[in-house]
Design a protein around this ligand. Structure first.
Ligand code: BGC
Length: 805
């Protein structure tokens, strides 16, 4: 059988037009620039059973109410904006092109990651034997963030005659990407107006219904023959929410025609604009030809790759998949994101899954960005800062102090977790009880601290980071309570990372008590804020404490809490996922594996049977084990010692063994965590998890979820594994540490990282490590290799033979 997908360096080639794979390919071939993105749908098709042309704006949300199961619920959706892609042709008297209706002689779709391009090449023959070949190039400009463009190379192979080209801006779109959400309100935009702006250009202006985001799209379409604009007969058609131009002209057999559609996209949320429609028209007027735009776009990508590329030589496809992950991260958040009021949606700007919401996934995404584009992390952390007041309100409303950030965050930072969700297996609408994942607050502090460690950006820490962190500490201090009997602090009524456990069996009360992950992280937060107030200096500390009404008594309380958070244990050093976990039933894994093809989403399987995972020792994803993912052995030693609990390396392995048999990996994040925690202990399983992670979107291993958007946490996490686990790079307080731990399936790793504004090149194979200090803020930098510290001077390079160290 012919190979369907060919990967080569920076290119991924998808062979043949395969309607059933089209929606997956669309997600995988999405093009974006961190400001907006468009799925890799076919430009000649509208929304059909095999084609979904979604366009998303970073931070483009809209709320809408729906009546479901006798309740009115409100959801905030990630809006699908007008489709700018539409471009089609027909031979006069014939039909508009639809690949499902013609004979296809050749078809290839190539994602060209080096230059950020999507190329489609095909040769078709119609019912009258007329052969046409078409090559289409598409970009969403990384340089000019408001610009996207399509270029067609069109050749009538064996015919001459009249043709019509149609270029449209289609505002009839709805939010229709996720089947499960279809019963909810899916109309989020309303048309404002549209018009022809020049003989070859059109404009469409729409607005989101509730959030009133005004979006203007303008498109200029020109046909060129021998590099000269062809005089075509243009007919503009306008409907309320749709505008198109048809261009009529004659073509000659064997000649080549070029067609360029240049689109600009503006919203009233943009900085430095007067009004979106005016800006969109201005761009279209000023815009040069496709080739000029392409050059600028390519150069931007070249600069991005220089910072971001990771060379991995080893098992087949690893290099390409690594680049594929880097590519999609940079399309979701890029230098264009800096300054926008947005966070990182867990499913990228690639689809409507999870409604573009921001969860704790940043925890897995920032490590890659911190060491290459810390400016981006800083901007994304500001998203939380701007929502501090909303988080303060949420804390107050729930009866707590400080700031309580939501589990799912969208436009203004209120809790956006869905109230009801549909179980597609049973067709039932069920209450979503996962919003009690308060651990997201600690993840925010963790992200702030790790950004600071990678950059030493004291400005950020003292003015913004510290304020967030201190208010989160205040929240935890009021949420936790003292249990005199235990002489410990406890946290009740929360949900841990494992979303399958939201309450005790037969209890009508939501939440669990003393989720170990939450409690340990809380102890860490208290320790860290005490460090943070030291780092920011006396005067800023004074200011902040006063502003946030934190007195010495509160600080003393944090100290006490950092030493006395309660951590439940089972027997023999096994940390209990939460208090009472032991009384749950063991889950009959084998029976269910036999009964169902896929039990990743055990929650859905059990709900259909009238049961719930709350009854069993069965987790969706790593929970306790997250501790071993986030912290090194030494850090854990320190945390547990301070807490007065015994901790040793053996316990780590015991816990892994215990929970690995009780996890269904219902989230791609779980594979990531398991790959990391097993990387020293069980290399084979670790590698298998890493491989699953690498292909999780590419092969859509969860069966359908990738069509709703990529999994950015898993993608970025796979890169973090290469960096933090295989290359062993860690940003310590006094130095950057490199402790290689190369798996046998990888021969060589190369990367360039930015540590505290020093650019460092790392090249590693099984025997040797080469570290070069390219340049930096100061002319020396400390780098630790295994357990020896070295001072590198500007431009200096050192080689290490690993087996001699
Ligand atoms: C996972 C969460 C994650 C969310 C968004 C869920 O399936 O359980 O941990 O934050 O997806 O990626």
């Amino acid at each position: 059988m012919k190979k369907q997908i060919i990967m080569n360096g920076f290119n991924i080639e998808f062979k043949d037009w395969r309607p059933k794979d089209q929606k997956l390919r669309e997600s995988l071939c999405t093009l974006g620039n961190g400001y907006f993105a468009t799925r890799g749908a076919a430009e000649e098709l509208e929304n059909t059973a095999v084609n979904y042309p979604g366009t998303y704006l970073a931070g483009g949300y809209n709320r809408a109410k729906t009546k479901i199961a006798d309740r009115e619920i409100e959801n905030e959706a990630f809006v699908n904006f007008p489709n700018w892609l539409y471009l089609n042709f027909k031979i006069e008297g014939g039909e508009w092109l639809n690949l499902d209706e013609v004979k296809i002689l050749e078809y290839t779709q190539t994602l060209k990651m080096q230059d950020g391009l999507l190329e489609r090449r095909f040769k078709i023959v119609d019912g009258q034997g007329r052969k046409t070949s078409l090559r289409s190039l598409r970009m969403v400009s990384m340089k000019d963030k408001h610009i996207a463009a399509i270029k067609w190379f069109f050749t009538p192979e064996n015919w001459s005659g009249k043709i019509v080209i149609k270029s449209a801006l289609d505002g009839k779109v709805t939010n229709d990407n996720v089947e499960r959400y279809r019963d909810l309100e899916i109309t989020h935009i309303e048309p404002l107006y549209n018009k022809k702006i020049y003989s070859d250009s059109i404009l469409l202006v729409v607005q989101t219904k509730q959030s009133k985001i005004k979006v203007a799209e303008a498109a200029r379409t020109r046909v060129y023959y021998n590099d000269v604009v062809l005089d075509t007969k243009v007919k503009t058609e306008e409907e309320k929410d749709y505008i198109s131009q048809e261009m009529h002209f004659e073509v000659t057999e064997g000649e080549h025609y070029e067609l360029e559609k240049i689109v600009s996209f503006y919203t009233n949320k943009d900085l430095a604009i007067t009004e979106p429609a005016l800006e969109a028209c201005k761009d279209i007027k000023r815009s040069g030809r496709f080739s000029e735009l392409l050059e600028r776009h390519k150069q931007s990508w070249e600069r991005l790759w220089l910072r971001a590329d990771i060379g991995v030589i080893g098992e087949k496809k690893i290099q390409e998949l690594t680049r594929f992950h880097i590519f999609h991260i940079l399309q979701s958040v890029s230098l264009n994101t800096i300054g926008l009021d947005v966070g990182v949606p867990s499913r990228g700007l690639h689809g409507e899954g999870y409604r573009g919401h921001i969860f704790w996934d940043e925890l897995f995404i920032f490590p890659f960005l911190n060491l290459r584009f810390p400016e981006i992390t800083r901007s994304l952390l500001m998203y939380r800062y701007y929502r501090l007041d909303e988080a303060r309100f949420a804390a107050k409303k729930a009866g707590f102090k400080g700031a309580m950030f939501p589990w799912q965050s969208g436009s203004n930072g209120r809790e956006e977790s869905q109230v009801l969700h549909l179980n597609p297996d049973s067709g039932n609408w069920i209450a979503d009880e996962t919003h009690l994942q308060r651990h997201v607050n600690s993840a925010i502090v963790y992200n702030i601290w790790n950004y600071y460690q990678a950059t030493l950006d004291r400005q950020f820490l003292s003015f913004f980071g510290a304020e967030i962190a201190l208010d989160i500490a205040c929240f935890w201090a009021s949420k936790a309570f003292y249990n005199k009997e235990k002489d410990r602090y406890e946290i009740h009524g929360v949900v841990g990372p494992d979303e399958y456990h939201t309450s005790y069996p037969d209890s009508d009360q939501l939440g669990l008590n003393n989720n170990a992950y939450t409690n340990v992280l809380t102890a860490w937060v208290f320790q860290k804020v005490l460090d943070i107030v030291d780092v920011i200096g006396k005067s800023r500390k004074r200011e902040l404490l006063k502003e946030l009404e934190i007195d010495e008594e509160m600080i003393a309380l944090w100290k006490d809490m950092s030493n006395k958070m309660y951590v439940p244990f089972l027997e023999d050093g096994i940390i209990s996922q939460f208090e009472g976990y032991n009384s749950l039933k063991e889950f009959p894994w084998e029976e269910y594996e036999k009964k169902y093809e896929n039990i990743h989403r055990l929650d859905r399987v059990l709900e259909k049977e009238g049961d719930t995972p709350n009854n069993y020792k069965a987790s969706k994803q790593a929970d306790v084990l997250m501790l071993f993912y986030l912290f090194s052995k030494d850090e854990l030693n320190y945390i547990f010692e301070k807490l007065g609990y015994e901790f040793n390396e053996e316990m780590i392995y015991k816990n892994i063994d215990y929970y690995k048999d009780r996890t269904s990996h219902g989230s791609t994040l779980s594979r990531l965590v398991f790959s990391w925690i097993l990387s020293k202990h069980d290399r084979k399983t670790s590698w298998n998890n890493f491989r699953s992670l690498l292909i999780s979107d590419f092969e859509d291993i969860q069966g359908g979820t990738t069509t709703e958007g990529i999994h950015l946490g898993a993608m970025a996490g796979s890169l973090d594994l290469i960096q933090r686990s295989f290359a062993g790079i860690e940003t310590g307080e006094e130095a950057l540490w490199i402790t290689p731990n190369m798996p046998k399936n990888i021969e060589k790793i190369t990367m360039r990282i930015k540590y505290r504004n020093h650019w460092i090149l790392i090249a590693l194979n099984k025997q040797d490590l080469k570290v070069s200090f390219e340049e930096g803020w100061s002319n020396k930098v400390n780098i630790g290799v295994i357990d020896e510290l070295y001072e590198f001077k500007n431009g200096e390079e050192k080689e290490f033979h690993l087996d001699e160290l």
